[in-house]
Write a protein that binds this ligand. Structure first.
Ligand code: AMP
Ligand code: MN
Ligand code: MN
Ligand code: MN
Length: 290
């Protein structure tokens, strides 16, 4: 049996905007007591090969995953693909499209920053030199290193968050389309951190109903940094939409002590754990009394 306290299905490595290389991430998660983990980098599966080898060495079950940037009604949402075949043809084509969008967006972020008085070109040079698939997080860290913000949070507040110059519109693929890629890759589609989007309660219910109707399997009911109120609301959303629940820290950085891998609340007993049925390997998990 794998208890819920040893499960974490949302973690980032340096293949996207995590601070740890995939093998170091697996080691860190294992040291934190995680035994079932998903690597879910933004729009790339490049970290998976290294993570699989490290997981084997540490006796950790590694679920191949990805966190896709998608559009729903003009908003950017994040869709987790869990237990995907990272070589599946349609997913691979989708990832290539997302990667091109990220590369061209990075250039637009840089010029928007420059027009607003931030060192956009220098930031872009640093982001490109890192050789990772660029995210706004990379820009935030570059702006901090260049002295344009005191820390990552203020870089988002001033330059990169919603309504700020470096937050540029991007034509991400639709949620429905990306859900098809995940399912076609043999995986399960899970809406990441559903309470983090600024949606009305009604819109969130419509999102989940639509997602369930188009093959979505679960929503992330427990997420790093989310409180019990978010968890309870997400749990009732899952139950009323007929969706399973997932749990994940959205870990990026060991220097952030309040969000380590695996330190997550359990799913309420009313919610079915997404990892308790195929394509996840067969094992039992514990459930909270309802
Ligand atoms: P992107 O997908 O390139 O737009 O970048 C999104 C990433 O930036 C998220 O996955 C987070 O890691 C990070 N991020 C977004 N907003 C914030 C924020 N307000 N503070 C800190 N990190 C953020
Ligand atoms: Mn991120
Ligand atoms: Mn996300
Ligand atoms: Mn994430």
């Amino acid at each position: 049996m794998i208890p819920q306290s040893e499960v974490d299905l949302h973690l980032h490595s340096s293949a996207s905007d995590g601070m740890l290389a995939p093998a170091a991430l697996v080691d860190h998660a294992a040291n934190c007591g995680v035994r079932l983990m998903a690597l879910t980098d933004h729009d790339t599966v490049a970290g998976l090969d290294e993570a699989v080898v490290a997981a084997h060495a540490r006796g950790v079950v590694l679920v191949p995953g990805v966190e896709l940037s998608v559009d729903w009604r003009g908003r950017t949402l994040h869709l987790l693909g869990l237990a995907v075949d990272p070589l599946a043809a349609r997913l691979t084509r989708g990832l290539r499209r997302l990667q091109e969008l990220r590369e061209s967006r990075a250039a637009r972020v840089a010029s928007a920053l420059s027009s607003s008085g931030a060192p956009g070109c220098e930031a872009l040079a640093a982001v490109r030199a890192a050789g990772r698939l660029p995210t706004r997080m990379h820009f935030a860290r570059a702006l901090v290193a260049l002295g344009a913000a005191k820390d990552v949070a203020s870089a988002f507040d001033r330059w990169l968050g919603r309504g700020r110059p470096g937050h540029v519109a991007t034509a991400w693929p639709s949620l429905a389309e990306a859900t098809v890629w995940v399912i076609g890759a043999g995986g399960v589609a899970v809406i990441a951190h559903p309470m983090r989007y600024s949606l009305s309660a009604g819109a969130r219910r419509e999102l989940c109903a639509e997602f369930a109707a188009t093959g979505g399997r679960a929503i992330e009911v427990v997420t790093g940094g989310g409180g019990t109120r978010d968890r309870d609301q997400a749990a009732s959303l899952a139950v009323r939409s007929g969706l399973d629940g997932s749990i994940g820290s959205d870990f990026h950085d060991p220097a952030i002590p309040w969000n380590p891998p695996g330190r997550l609340a359990k799913l309420p007993g009313s919610v079915r754990p997404v990892w308790s049925s195929p394509p996840f390997p067969a094992f039992e998990t514990d459930v909270e009394p309802a």
